[in-house]
Design a protein. Structure first.
Length: 669
């Protein structure tokens, strides 16, 4: 029996609502997730589960800065723009349509048209023949036409008779060979069925007088709306880099770095001049000239405020944009490996966050709240640690703060500004005691987090600096960079939003004073700050002091020749003055040390001065596995060698016995 096909329309409106619901859900669900993430999760929130975070931010929020209202307005506006935007309007309309269609237009879908013998008989697909027959008997007695109640309506009677027929068909599909063959081959016990091709629209919309309208709708959807959405997305992708920097701005920064005069010193103000020429700044401040923008930045760095609300609003907006643009500039600058540009740019970003001029000797003190710059720069206290050697009255005079409560707040913030004290810096190759030529090494830094109120540094036993070479360590030596607690938000009350504290590590070759090739800056974002809370006695004792670690990989193999390669490691803090680290580190390339094998009862004693004493590592040891990966020779394990010796002895004995037997046989002959 040949199957026939026919073309049907959704005259009853049973299908098209489900089609529209599926289409809307496909669009609305990811859009809702994206909007919710950007509106609530992606926004930096203050965590209350950290004592250190609370100490810094609670104090910062309690500082009544002169433009606090403008900062709050900007934060509120930014948060509102992420919640109340065009996407939210689309979501409200879209989910409203979904609700309306689901409530008023969808009809009950008759699943009885689907033939599934297991579903009809209400049995599992793994049911045995006995279970199938048992279930069939029970359903037959229930729905048999002769067993139906007399008080049911004709519609109910017809429905139960139809069910009885389906029960019989399902039973045959599972028990009768011919029926089962049809079901497995065609999906129905009666063999091939008519194929119905349909469209989820009523016939009058497709073939009636409204058909031109449908053509217009199709054209608007496929020819206008879809290309517009794709075009907007592609234009945004094409016009911005992966980190959100406008391509024209990126090109501008690249040209400035390429055309830079090496004889001319780059200062933070030079970088500021380049950043103010960015496309983002020009589009956001069309009503201001570049000189006017410079004035606003200068007022911010001097912590000067005016009564002009529009000017203060522009200043807060401008300042909020600068750190991201400077970060984009740094992403390009590190590719040029030019340290003379990178360091001024990081200092400028830090100055913007702290509202402090990037040049001078008093930045550490000026970054504290309530200070009087004129008083600070007229005395000799330049470091935060010096403040904790003075009395509160002396601190009050040094900072120009008359209110002793404000002095206490300034000292509390100063005590929680972390600095790093490097106690060990070595290049390491996992599984090796030295750094061999042509090996993959990383710089391992061990440090203490120190509060300015703590004096000197404790002595740390060398045993606490050693790192156990577990299999996890050998697989990923840099894993410890991520296992430490995340750093808190930075104290920056004059900035418009919260920024997490971190250090950026730059590994520099002292031969040419440039970044090591491939070293594009490594972020130190996870540090345990518990040391900031300990007392001076606990600090000097050193037993409860937390030791931090940071590892920077060398992206290229170590030199092929033995010798010393001088490097320099700089850790630049993104928010605090006085927290940077700049120390020299040397890479000592040596031949790998070969250890002597243990003597397990060999027949011949090897002389200690002989070259054969220098043995390859065993194949079942960690050193042997690493040597094998490097293509070096390895030896069999001592147990295996011992077994080989035993086999040789047995072989020798066998040859002896063979000689004896042979001689005996000759004599007999």
């Amino acid at each position: 029996m040949a199957s026939s096909s026919q073309y049907t329309y959704d005259e009853e409106g049973e299908v098209w609502p489900f089609f529209v619901l599926a289409l809307l859900s496909f669009i609305l669900v990811p859009l809702t997730v994206s909007w919710f993430y950007n509106a609530f999760i992606a926004v930096d929130t203050i965590s209350s589960n950290s004592k250190i975070k609370g100490a810094i931010l609670e104090t910062a929020d309690s500082i009544d800065v002169a433009n606090a209202n403008e900062i709050k307005k900007y934060r509120s506006k930014q948060k509102s723009s992420k919640i109340f935007n065009k996407t939210l309007i689309v979501l409200i309309i879209g989910w409203g349509i979904v609700f309306y269609i689901n409530k008023y237009l969808t009809k009950y879908a008759d699943i009885k048209t689907i033939f599934d013998p297991y579903l009809i008989l209400d049995i599992s697909s793994s049911a045995t023949d006995r279970e199938i027959k048992s279930k069939y008997r029970k359903l037959s007695l229930k729905f048999h036409p002769d067993k139906l109640p007399k008080d049911i309506t004709e519609a109910e009677k017809l429905d139960m008779e139809t069910t009885f027929i389906r029960i019989n068909s399902a039973y045959k599909a599972l028990t009768d060979e011919v029926t089962r063959s049809n079901f497995l081959k065609y999906g129905h016990p009666d063999g091939p069925q008519d194929v119905s091709h349909g469209i989820a629209l009523p016939k009058f919309l497709v073939e009636g007088k409204y058909s031109p309208l449908m053509i217009v709708v199709y054209f608007l959807l496929i020819g206008v709306l879809l290309p517009s959405i794709v075009g907007i997305w592609w234009n945004n992708v094409k016009s911005h880099t992966k980190k959100g920097l406008h391509v024209d701005t990126a090109a501008l920064f690249t040209r400035r770095l390429t055309d830079r005069n090496p004889a001319k010193i780059v200062t933070p103000l030079s970088v500021l001049d380049w950043v103010l020429d960015s496309v983002e700044i020009k589009q956001a401040f069309k009503h201001l000239t570049k000189d006017q923008l410079k004035v606003l930045v200068e007022q911010h760095l001097n912590r000067e405020f005016t009564s002009d609300a529009q000017s203060e609003s522009d200043k807060v907006k401008l300042v909020s944009m600068l750190p991201n643009l400077i970060s984009g500039f740094l992403d390009i600058a590190v590719i040029f490996r030019n340290l003379e540009v990178i360091l001024p740019a990081t200092d400028l970003r830090k100055s913007i966050l702290q509202a402090v001029k990037p040049n001078g000797k008093y930045q550490e003190i000026l970054q504290l709240p309530y200070v009087d710059p004129k008083v600070v720069q007229a005395q000799n206290v330049k470091k935060l640690g010096k403040l904790f050697t003075l009395s509160k009255e002396e601190v009050s005079k040094a900072l120009g703060i008359t209110d002793l409560k404000k002095v206490e707040k300034a000292l509390e913030i100063a005590a929680h500004i972390p600095s790093l004290r490097i106690i060990d810096s070595t290049f390491v190759v996992p599984g090796e005691d030295v750094v061999p030529p042509q090996s993959s090494a990383h710089l391992s830094l061990k440090f203490l987090v120190k509060s300015p109120r703590l004096k000197s540094c404790p002595s740390i036993d060398d045993d606490r600096l050693k790192e156990e070479e577990t299999m996890d360590y050998l697989r990923n030596p840099l894993k410890s960079n991520e296992t430490q607690p995340q750093l808190p938000f930075s104290y920056a009350p004059y900035f418009s939003y919260y920024v997490r504290n971190n250090w950026t590590g730059y590994l520099i070759s002292q031969k040419d004073n440039k970044l090591v090739e491939g070293s594009l800056g490594y972020e130190l974002e996870n540090i345990d700050l518990s040391n900031l809370e300990i007392t001076q006695e606990e600090w000097i004792d050193g037993k409860d002091v937390i030791i931090g670690s940071f590892k920077i990989p060398l992206t290229t193999p170590t030199p092929p020749n033995i010798g010393t390669v001088p490097y320099r490691i700089i850790l630049k803090n993104n928010a605090y003055f006085g927290s940077d680290v700049d120390i020299p580190v040397d890479l000592e390339v040596e031949n790998p040390i070969r250890k002597q094998p243990l003597n397990l009862g060999r027949k011949e004693q090897v002389d200690s001065d002989d070259e054969s004493d220098i043995s390859d590592p065993e194949e079942d040891s960690i050193a042997g596995a690493l040597a094998a990966l490097r293509g070096q020779s390895v030896k069999k394990s001592q147990i295996t060698e011992l077994n080989d010796d035993d086999e040789e002895d047995e072989s020798d004995n066998e040859s002896v016995f063979t000689d004896i037997d042979t001689d005996t046989e000759d004599e007999k002959e």
